[in-house]
Structures are given as structure tokens and as C-alpha cells.
Design a protein around this ligand. Structure first.
Ligand code: PXP
Length: 242
């Protein structure tokens, strides 16, 4: 059965829209764990647009499940990972102008660089996952440079429909089986929702799904009425000593 890594970047997105103290992704990570998250995933971006260094430092102390640090393959981030020592690192491509991580890593093009980073992090006992598109040649290269995991990009599966989606699902299944045969462990994520997750979760050999946007959206939907009720109560019945 696949486990669930909850990506909490979107909580930090809301906080950073106001540059204030709430909502705090560190507190929310605890709530995600209470809800059954098997791990917490954060992406510390070069431009610090959502998760901040402070969040990462505190999460390292407070996460009791597993902390998965998503990051770009840069010297700055490798030093950060070695300092923080998360339970695992997921290397992702990063472009400043993108809204979210758009495609997988090109492991073939950056083979030597990624190999060196994997080696450097492994020397510090930090396992590494590579976020890749479900392509045979990317799998082979990931195994060649001794990644511990791959995370299969499910974006195309999530955005296609009907026959095209069936096709994407079978590609993801095939890639999972191939990757396992190469000795790689397999995670998946991106664009998974309450509507499309089950078929991915049911793939034989799938270890963990990293899911963010849909869970944070659902949290707003199921929590908003209660939040409004609480504010209304304060307005209707202000406490006397205030
Ligand atoms: N996995 C990776 C590597 C990602 O970059 C993201 C997005 O931050 C996710 C999973 C989660 O994607 P989503 O927010 O669409 O669930």
C-alpha cells in the first residue's frame, strides 16, 4: 500500500501573500501528521517564494514522521540539505518563472552533475529521489547514477482524459515495474486529486504519493464554515474584558 507525503508549500504560499505569521506551515505539518500523513514534503525554492529557511529549521525539529526536502540541484541547496539533514531529498528542476514544478529532471543531460550530488548526499547518509517524467531512458539514467528513488511525474496523467489517461496510467505502471527491476524505489506525484488518486495508489510497487494542492484546497473547503462560525461568535458575543 502506498503511503502519503503531504506537501505543505501551499500553506506557506498563503502566508507569504501577506508576509505575516499565519498560516504557519510548521503548525499545519503537525495537523497533517495527526490526520495520518506518513511524511511531510516541502520545496525550499531558490527565490524563497513560499517555504522559508526558518520553516525548514523548525520542521526538522518538529516533524515526527519523515521530512522530504524538495530542492534544485544547486550548490546552495546541497549545503542546506547537508546542514538540515532531512530524511530524504527529492531533486527537482526549478525555473523562476514557473508557477509550480513543470516537468521532470533531465537526468540524461545533467547526468554527471546529478551523480556527484547523489554521491555527496549519500556520503552524509541522505537518500536521494529524482523527480522525472515517466520515460524509459530517464529511468535507466537514474538507476545508473545510483538514485535511491525516483518520483514519477503524474502531471500528464492528471491533466488528460479518457483514452489518453488510460494510456498515461499504463505508462506509469510500466515505468514502476521497470524502475523496481533496476533496483529503484518508486514514488509519484503532481496534480493528484481526490478524483484521480486511486488508480495511482493501486499501482503495484508504488511506495509513496506526494500530494499538496488538492489537500490544502480540501482543507479550506471543509474548514471554512467553522472558521466563519468562530469569527461570527466573537462579533456577536464579544468577551466583556476586552
Ligand atoms: N511532487 C513534486 C516533485 C512537486 O514539485 C509537487 C508540487 O510542489 C508535488 C509532488 C505535489 O503536487 P500537487 O501540489 O499538484 O499535489
Amino acid at each position: 500500500m502506498a503511503s502519503l507525503g503531504v506537501n505543505i508549500d501551499h500553506i506557506a504560499n498563503v502566508r507569504e501573500a501577506r508576509k505575516t505569521f499565519e498560516p504557519d506551515p510548521v503548525t499545519m505539518a503537525l495537523l497533517a501528521e495527526l490526520g495520518g500523513a506518513d511524511g511531510i514534503t516541502v520545496h525550499l525554492r531558490e527565490d524563497r517564494r513560499h517555504i522559508q529557511d526558518r520553516d525548514l529549521n523548525l520542521l526538522k525539529e518538529t516533524v515526527h514522521t519523515r521530512l522530504n526536502l524538495e530542492m534544485a540541484a544547486t550548490e546552495e541547496m546541497v549545503s542546506k540539505a547537508i546542514y538540515i539533514k532531512p530524511d530524504m531529498v527529492t531533486l527537482v528542476p526549478e525555473r523562476r518563472e514557473e508557477i509550480t514544478t513543470e516537468g521532470g529532471l533531465d537526468v540524461i543531460k545533467y547526468k554527471q552533475k546529478l551523480k556527484d550530488i547523489i554521491q555527496e548526499l549519500s556520503d552524509k547518509e541522505i537518500p536521494v529521489s529524482l523527480f522525472i517524467d515517466p520515460l524509459q531512458e530517464q529511468l535507466e539514467s537514474s538507476a545508473e547514477i545510483k538514485a535511491d528513488w525516483i518520483e514519477l511525474h503524474t502531471g500528464k496523467y492528471a491533466t488528460t482524459k479518457n483514452l489518453a489517461r488510460v494510456e498515461e496510467l499504463s505508462i506509469l505502471k510500466e515505468c514502476t515495474t521497470k524502475a523496481k527491476s533496476y533496483g529503484l524505489r518508486v514514488n509519484a506525484g503532481h496534480g493528484l486529486t481526490y478524483q484521480n488518486v486511486e488508480q495511482i495508489a493501486a499501482i503495484e510497487g508504488m511506495e509513496e504519493l506526494n500530494i499538496g494542492h488538492t489537500i490544502i484546497s480540501r482543507a479550506l473547503a471543509v474548514g471554512l464554515s467553522q472558521a466563519v462560525r468562530e469569527m461570527k461568535e466573537l462579533i456577536i458575543n464579544p468577551r466583556k474584558h476586552i
